[in-house]
Ligand binder design. Structure first.
Ligand SMILES: Cc1cc2nc3c(=O)[nH]c(=O)nc-3n(C[C@H](O)[C@H](O)[C@H](O)COP(=O)(O)O)c2cc1C
Length: 316
């Protein structure tokens, strides 16, 4: 079973992806955070910077597009192809209000006729492979039967399913029974995504779905980088020192490209929200990390955390 790194807007940009690859590896594909398509093409410079092949040369990257306009999607997909990418991913999962209100992301799942026309257009005209990352409906898991019927009409290169509805955002448990249904009825290859936080969770998925080609993990890998293991480098994962070097590298790389340390600190703070709870006695360190606006204070707090506390085992 392959392992894909989920796109996390604001976190898994090229700096994070490259550092992760260097220290942990074991990821078969990274999906980029979404790039919004525009009439005249896709990219703002910031978005383009993240996708540029020279910034992603050591990893396998699939660019993700957020769009509800078929022509713009095709144009953007063409730009991605010109950069050398053979697959683009369509985002049908983003639950945020501003995205959904424009009928994009998970919002597209509430406009099935439009979605069908959109898919018809892009699968006919785009020359690259198209994968889809989707939720199971806007309001109710019962919507999924119809949604899958539509996906089944197109050669989706990989259908990544996060089995929650848009209205659930990230709350509650994933609807495994809906993924069971997809596993039995999808004509396209499937990837499971949602709440995989440990080696046991990975095993549970591979036992429940023995023929599943891939799983996609997001927050679990941010929280506990390297937990999925990787053959020869497995030993390194167990070491707190590896995680320490990884976060030091991230900070250095963010500082090198961002104007002002405060912006680099914001990036690190977001990551620590996920990582800190995996350390013993983490609360006071996290409080300090969240509060400080001073680089030196951040660095001292993080150094103390690594020196005095332990990381819980990868399996817990
Ligand atoms: C902060 C944040 C940013 C995200 N950005 C994206 C994104 O750009 N594109 C996307 O398809 N999903 C995005 N997601 C959803 C994740 O890719 C993933 O589907 C979700 O977190 C569930 O998987 P997980 O439980 O393994 O994290 C985001 C989620 C979070 C929490």
């Amino acid at each position: 079973m392959q392992i894909y790194f989920a796109p996390l807007e604001g976190i898994t940009g090229y700096i994070y992806r490259n550092a992760y690859e260097d220290y942990f590896g074991g990821i078969d594909r990274y999906y980029s955070p979404f790039v919004v398509t525009r009439d005249g093409g896709i990219m703002k410079n910031k978005e383009k910077n993240d996708i540029l092949p020279e910034r992603n040369s050591r990893i396998s990257l699939v660019p993700q597009l957020l769009s509800s306009h078929a022509e713009s999607f095709c144009r953007a997909a063409g730009q991605m192809e010109a950069l050398g990418y053979q697959e683009v991913n369509l985002n049908l999962g983003c639950p945020s209000g501003t995205v959904v209100s424009k009928g994009r992301g998970a919002g597209f799942l509430g406009r099935m006729d439009d979605l069908q026309r959109f898919l018809e257009y892009i699968f006919e005209r785009c020359t690259c492979r198209i994968s889809i990352k989707t939720r199971i409906g806007m309001e109710s898991p019962e919507e999924f039967g119809h949604i899958l019927e539509i996906f089944n009409q197109y050669p989706v290169s990989m259908l990544v399913i996060h089995p929650r509805t848009r209205n659930e955002f990230y709350k509650g448990k994933p609807h495994m029974e809906v993924f069971d249904y997809a596993y039995g009825h999808s004509k396209n290859p499937l990837c499971y995504n949602g709440d995989i936080l440990s080696v046991q969770d990975c095993q549970m998925i591979s036992e429940r779905y023995p023929a599943l080609p891939a799983i996609m993990i997001g927050r679990g890998l941010i929280a506990r980088p390297g937990f999925t293991g990787n053959g020869e480098r497995k030993q390194a994962f167990a070491e707190k020192e590896t995680v320490q070097k990884f976060v030091e590298r991230l900070l250095a790389d963010y500082r090198a490209v961002m104007s002002g340390d405060i912006h680099a600190l914001f990036k690190m703070k977001e990551i620590w929200l996920y990582m800190a709870p995996h350390f013993t006695n983490y609360e006071r360190y996290l409080k300090k990390i969240k509060k400080t606006n001073k680089l030196a204070e951040y660095q001292k707090t993080v150094a103390d955390l690594f020196e005095k506390e332990e990381l819980f085992s990868y399996n817990s």
